[in-house]
Design a protein around this ligand. Structure first.
Ligand code: BES
Ligand code: ZN
Ligand code: MN
Length: 502
């Protein structure tokens, strides 16, 4: 386990195995960041030529390792690129992540990265922890690299309480993202709805045990209870599977709550498409279809650990979408929790069936704001790529999510819910709503219009993160290959802003 500490020591004199030095790509050429000035001093006038010979330019993503010069205590210096703005927390978070992956065998590491504000200190810690994330649970030989035991964040704010608070906050946030990644990376046979609910139970127990631990209420509803509750949407998906459905509900209700946020996350533990089966290449990563559920659960526990003064009620409906004799058929009509009837057209549009029920339950709690997050449509992946999430909903909440995303270092983009969608979603000849209309264009917007029917007119944001939850390419910044944990930090920042903290 890595421990992080803050120290105001000089990077050149800190006795560690490796020192990480941020490099700024200035117009005039690369230079070491403010926090690493005495390392510049150790090189003296040779620094410019040395950086140039080593190919160090300071561009984002760059990492160059070199034996240290006289005057630097650590035997290894690692230059990491910051881009051209050393005050940008997003760039610092990414650079710290790159650093973590490029120092693999040092027991102790010092980070001389921009850290002149509490936000930057948090970015360094978050970036380093998340960039060094690995998932080795299923490898029989673990990789040779070892995590550093001690990571020293060099900052002039070391003795300031705001910096200590930023460090603590960053660790809570990184824990949440790492846990979300673990669950999303877990193979679907080990992450069926009952097993995922057990993972939540175990984590909940850990977070809430002991004196001073936050009090979070956990409720888990099984198949029979869901049937009694009239959650036809969840069951219409989950009854295709041998593994029964679940609904996880978490409640964080501090006495000083200033507002009430309801979170809803899609938890399809595997999405084969059902009878409207997916082509094999589209099915490959469908274990990640529970990323929304994982992100609302981990974000809620983080919000509680941070003691944020808002009430949070989180719903994570969990079902497996399979092909079987008990699969829902296109043409079936399903009655949802709120009594709305839905004609099924495509069993691969299953996420909205889970979310419809869970949103109805969320609205029954009379929250001030509702936010749902889901790997909902390939359309939004096609439109925005694998790094930018789509957000739709009421204007105020869409803006709030965009702002939270930029503070968190995650990019979201507002998409509209066009007027025509209201007509399209009600065009079923037999039921109140048509689940899907086979017009390909704007399928992600159709889905949002469908979900809106279950939000009771409350302030609401819908995050469609399809494709963002899983990085199928190589690692970059603080994002590893595999599950990304996308959305968790946005949700926590949103909660912080609702709490009036930022
Ligand atoms: N889980 C998928 C969406 C998805 C796509 C997630 C890519 C992650 C990466 C969802 O249930 C789905 O199948 N959506 C359909 C929607 C359509 C039937 C309206 C899709 O993307 O084609
Ligand atoms: Zn799905
Ligand atoms: Mn699907």
């Amino acid at each position: 386990m890595t421990t992080y500490s803050l120290r105001s020591a000089s990077p050149a004199k800190t006795k560690v195995d490796a020192v990480v030095v941020g490099v700024v790509a200035d117009k005039a050429g690369p230079r070491l960041c403010e926090a690493a000035q005495d390392v510049s001093g150790a090189y003296g006038r040779r620094l410019g030529a040395f950086l140039s010979t080593m190919g160090v330019t300071g561009k984002a993503g760059e990492a160059v390792r070199t034996p240290s010069p006289d005057g630097v205590s650590a035997p290894l210096v690692v230059f990491v690129g910051l881009g051209d703005d050393e005050t940008d927390a997003v760039a610092v978070r990414r650079a710290a992540g790159v650093a973590a992956r490029n120092v693999s065998n040092a027991a102790s590491v010092a980070l001389a990265l921009p850290s002149g504000t509490p936000e930057l200190v948090a970015a360094v810690v978050e970036g380093h922890r998340l960039g060094g994330y690995t998932f080795t649970a299923y490898k029989s030989t673990k990789s040779e690299s070892t995590d550093a035991n001690d990571v020293v964040v060099l900052t002039s704010l070391a003795r300031r309480p705001e910096a200590a608070a930023a460090l603590e906050r960053a660790e809570v946030l990184a824990d949440a993202v790492a846990l979300c990644r673990d669950w999303v990376n877990t193979p679907p046979r080990d992450c069926t709805p009952p097993l995922l609910a057990e993972l939540v139970t175990a984590t909940h127990k850990e977070v809430t045990k002991g004196r001073g631990a936050p009090k979070v209420k956990l409720e888990i509803f099984d198949h029979e209870q869901l049937a009694e509750m009239g959650c036809g949407g969840i069951l219409s998906v989950g009854d295709s599977s041998a593994a029964p459905s679940r609904l996880v509900k978490l409640t964080w209700a501090p006495k000083n709550a200033v507002t009430h946020l309801a979170l809803v996350g899609k938890g399809v533990t595997f999405d084969s498409g059902g009878l409207t089966i997916k082509p094999s290449s589209s099915m490959l990563n469908m274990k990640s279809d529970m990323a929304g559920a994982a992100s609302v659960v981990t974000a809620t526990l983080a919000i509680a650990r941070l003691g944020l003064p808002i009430k949070v009620t989180a719903f994570a409906p969990m079902a497996e979408n399979m092909v079987s004799a008990t699969s829902t058929r296109p043409g079936d009509v399903i009655t949802m929790r709120n009594g709305t009837t839905v004609e099924i057209a495509n069993t691969d549009a299953e996420g909205r069936m889970l979310l419809g029920d869970a949103l109805s339950l969320a609205v029954e709690e009379q929250p001030d704001v509702v936010v749902d997050i889901a790997t909902l449509t390939g359309h939004m992946q096609l439109a925005l790529g694998d790094k930018v999430g789509a957000v739709m909903g009421t204007d105020d909440q869409v803006s709030a999510v965009l702002a939270a995303g930029s503070a968190a270092g995650e990019q979201h983009w507002a998409m509209p819910i066009p007027e025509e969608m209201s007509e399209r979603i009600t065009s079923s000849k037999v039921a109140d709503l048509l689940q899907h209309d086979w017009v390909r264009w704007g399928g992600g917007l159709y889905a949002a219009a469908f979900l809106r029917e279950f939000t009771g007119g409350l302030p609401w944001a819908h995050l469609d993160i399809a494709g963002k939850e899983m990085n199928t390419g190589g690692p970059y910044g603080h994002v590893p290959s595999g599950a990304t944990g996308f959305g968790v930090t946005t949700l926590v920042h949103l909660a912080r802003s609702l709490a009036g903290e930022v």
